[in-house]
Design a protein. Structure first.
Length: 601
């Protein structure tokens, strides 16, 4: 056994887990390499698919530009030119981008044909624009030329469609090949990962079984030894000579059992001494309990008298306290009355000031109403004068109308010589009639205005009367506020007197309350002292009684301790019973065995 190489369990576990971790790391590195390859393959696949999309977008753009060109040739609307120019650069860029992807001879030939078709397609559109803008051509020539250009544009569009379709087919073939390559690489990665997972599982199971098989034997030996020690036989030991962790654990366990056996021997000696002392302690506790009962009886009588004195003192202090509380309530009421008086005084001053301002405003309003009445009177007089003037204008217009009528009659009598004068007379009559109609309208407006002015004058009169009544009411209100202010000042002085008297009564009540509370505190302290002494005596009596009980229990525990210690065998030779466990299993030898140590305490 001396030449056999043994390893620590820490080393075994580290080596086993290192092997598993190395296999996992190898699988992870391979997976990372495969993932990088798949990523590159997907990048190529996306590039091919992107080329397919560009080809389809170019087809759509060619069709849109063909539709724009057809719209221009059919409708001859200049708006289509701007749309075509907007898409022209994009069209050229897409043709150039697809041409740059040409990698085979066929694709390079298609690129050349597509560039030629592009140039012809754009040139046809420019020619159509020039023909439409050429004002020297007849409508027939323009229509004939645009029809020819339309057909050629259709041909070039078909050529571009065909060439882009060829590129699209090549792109589709490349994209399908890229997808197939990606799927093949992913399938290979999955296969390798499954194989690696299986190898890791098999290796993990093998390492686990090896480790479990190697530590089951020392565990069985230690479990058997612990079972015998649990039955009370402390003479058995693991006696492991292995240098691994289980050997160290077995040696530590043997040392612990030796210490426990020594402790049990010392406990047996201590129990004997404890049994003797508990008997004498039990007798002393009984004597002390009897003396303490007499002391408790005397202190109970002292505490009863102190409690009665404290009760009467507390009752007196409570009555004085209630009186003091009522005095404080009166003081608070007086303070509140004083505060309310101050607020009422402030409100009365504010109200008097507001009423004074209102009185001034009423005087100003009355003055303004008076001025408004004077202005309305002046306006009424002006309206009457306007009516007189309009009446005069109406009379003049009537006279002018009569004169123009007479002039017309005289002009008619004059015959051919009076025709010019007859026209003037008609114009004068017409103007006099218009002046009469305008004067009548003004008369109606002045009459309506005079009616409204009459109503406004009546309203102003009523408002003036109301303003004067309001001024009288405001004056009465101001006088009432002055009276209220004087009453509040008198009430405020009375409240100060009440407050001073209540404050004096509150101070006297506080002095009396403090004196009674001091007396009650002294009585309570005396009662509390007697009660504390009584409680202490009761606690002491209870402690003595518990000590006596503990002495009985200690005596009983000492006897039980002897019985429990007697169950353990700690000083006799034990027959070897673990020889079978030290035999090797499966070709592996387990050093050490279980034996008893004679003569160990």
């Amino acid at each position: 056994m001396a030449g056999k190489l043994t390893f620590m369990w820490k080393t075994k576990l580290m080596v086993g887990f290192a092997v598993v971790a190395a296999l996992f790391a190898a699988a992870a590195l391979f997976n990372l390499q495969q993932a990088q390859g798949i990523k590159e393959q997907l990048h190529r696949q996306n590039a091919k698919v992107s080329l397919q999309l560009e080809a389809l977008e170019l087809k759509v753009l060619v069709q849109e530009m063909k539709d724009i060109s057809s719209g221009l040739m059919i409708s001859r609307d200049e708006a289509y030119v701007a749309k075509f120019i907007e898409k022209r650069q994009t069209f050229q860029d897409m043709i150039r981008a697809i041409g740059e992807t040409a990698s085979t001879d066929d694709q390079r030939q298609w690129r050349s044909q597509m560039i030629m078709a592009e140039t012809e397609f754009l040139d046809l559109f420019d020619r159509a624009v020039n023909i439409i803008r050429n004002n020297s051509l007849t409508e027939r020539d323009i229509q004939k030329n645009t029809e020819s250009l339309y057909k050629e544009t259709q041909v070039q569009r078909d050529v571009i469609f065909d060439l882009v379709g060829r590129f699209y087919l090549d792109y589709s073939t490349d994209a399908d090949a890229a997808v197939a390559a990606t799927n093949e690489k992913m399938n290979g990665s999955v296969t390798v990962l499954l194989i690696a997972a299986g190898l890791v599982l098999l290796l993990t199971v093998f390492v686990s079984l090896t480790l479990v098989r190697s530590f089951m034997k020392p565990i069985r030996r230690m479990r058997h030894t612990m079972s015998r020690i649990g039955d009370g036989d402390l003479r058995h030991r693991v006696d492991s000579v292995s240098s691994d962790e289980f050997g160290q654990l077995g040696r530590s366990f043997d040392a612990m059992i030796g210490s426990v056996a020594g402790m049990l021997a010392r406990l047996r000696d201590i129990g004997e001494s404890l049994n003797e002392r508990s008997a004498s302690f039990k007798t002393f506790a009984g004597t002390t309990a009897a003396a303490n009962a007499e002391v408790m009886k005397a202190f109970n009588e002292i505490a009863s008298g102190s409690n009665e004195q404290a009760a009467y003192t507390e009752s007196s202090a409570g009555l004085v306290g209630e009186l003091g509380q009522e005095v404080r309530e009166i003081a608070r009421s007086a303070d509140e009355m004083k505060r309310l008086g101050e607020q009422a005084d402030a409100q009365a001053k504010t109200g008097a000031e507001a009423v004074a301002e209102l009185e001034g405003a009423a005087v100003q309003a009355e003055a303004m109403l008076h001025q408004a009445e004077q202005a309305f009177e002046a306006f009424t007089l002006g309206a009457e004068q306007i009516g007189k003037i309009v009446h005069t204008i109406t009379a003049i217009a009537q006279q002018t109308n009569v004169l123009s009528l007479n002039a017309s009659i005289e002009a008619a009598r004059a015959g051919a010589y009076g025709k010019g004068f007859l026209v003037i007379a008609d114009e004068v009559r017409s103007l006099s009639e218009q002046s009469k109609a305008s004067a009548q309208s003004i008369t109606g407006l002045v009459a309506a205005l005079q009616a409204h002015m009459t109503k406004v004058t009546e309203a102003m009169t009523v408002a003036g009367d109301a303003s004067r009544v309001q001024g009288a009411k405001v004056q009465h209100t101001l006088e009432a506020f002055c009276s209220i202010k004087l009453s509040i000042e008198a009430l405020y002085d009375r409240a100060d007197e009440i407050h001073a008297k209540v404050k004096k009564a509150e101070e006297n009540g506080a002095v009396l309350t403090d004196a009674l509370q001091h007396m009650a505190a002294i009585a309570e302290q005396s009662a509390a002292g007697a009660q504390e002494v009584n409680v202490a005596s009761a606690e002491q009596n209870e402690s003595v009684r518990l000590i006596a009980l503990q002495a009985d229990a200690m005596h009983e525990l000492a006897e039980n301790l002897f019985a429990e210690i007697g169950k353990f065998r700690i000083g006799e030779q034990a027959a070897p019973e673990l020889a079978a466990l030290s035999e090797p299993e499966g070709g592996e030898e387990i050093p050490g065995g279980s034996r008893a140590e004679p003569g160990r305490p």
